[in-house]
Design a binder for this molecule. Structure first.
Ligand code: SF4
Length: 243
């Protein structure tokens, strides 16, 4: 599955000029999971990632290419223990999956399901004292971090380990890179555009599965299919299978 490869190729240019700090995945170093939604009140809050209308972007790219060869957490910018007030924030996830194309032919449904399963993870990770407010429409993922969590030494490495642990429950997932960005010189506006593009690709796949028309000239999704290599092949591969 290569639909998102051009977006994956761009990531390194968007995350700021400094080199990242990299941590190998270690499930024993995962931050505690609260097990469900939690409330961090304003008075208990140390700061917010993406607070005061600062950028707060989130997206995940799925690929069967070899962009991600091991499970890792990469941090660009200040870690959680060095942040004192609202700061711009992004969390980008690159996921390597098994090849989902069936018997030499592109198949839309497993691709779409894999993307959905991976996207679902973000609603099932509850790092204690790290209250996530995600908005699918605006691609925002704002996080309120509690004073207690900061006092206990919460770090992106630990939060990233918790995410990877959850991603790896999916049998399609081979390896994961969770990238946290708080760098001031990162291009959050471009990241937001890419998050929107990923949503558009996913919606197009969903329409294709619903069995929409096959005349590109009159199709409302032509613009996105013109832009993203591989979508047409997926659609017409599916039509061929149905015959
Ligand atoms: S391949 Fe053509 S018919 Fe199918 S979704 Fe894209 S533009 Fe529409």
């Amino acid at each position: 599955m290569e639909l998102f490869d051009p977006l994956i190729g761009k990531v390194n240019n968007l995350v700021g000029s400094a080199a990242p700090v990299k941590y190998p995945y270690d499930p024993d170093r995962a931050w505690e999971d609260a097990g469900g939604n939690q409330l961090v009140m304003m008075r208990e809050s140390a700061y917010e990632l993406g607070g005061d209308n600062k950028p707060a972007v989130n997206y995940a790219c799925v690929s069967s290419g070899d962009y991600v060869d091991r499970d890792e957490i990469w941090v660009y910018g200040r870690d959680l223990n060095r942040i004192k007030s609202s700061t711009p924030f992004a969390r980008i996830v690159l996921v390597r999956v098994a090849d989902l194309e069936g018997e030499g032919e592109e198949d839309t449904e497993p691709v779409f399901r894999a993307i959905q399963d991976i996207d679902f993870v973000k609603y099932h990770v509850y790092p204690k004292g790290y209250m996530i407010r995600a908005s699918a429409d605006s691609h925002r993922e704002q996080v309120r971090v509690s004073k207690e969590a900061v006092h206990k030494g919460i770090s992106f490495e630990q939060v990233g380990n918790l995410y990877i642990k959850e991603y790896k429950k999916d049998p399609n997932v081979l390896s994961v890179r969770v990238i946290f960005v708080t760098a001031d010189d990162a291009d959050y506006a471009e990241m937001k555009k890419d998050a929107r593009m990923i949503r558009d690709i996913t919606r197009t796949l969903s329409k294709i599965i619903e069995g929409m028309a096959t005349d590109c000239r009159s199709c409302g999704l032509k613009e996105i299919c013109d832009e993203v290599e591989g979508l047409r092949e997926l659609h017409f591969g599916k039509q061929k299978k149905l015959k």
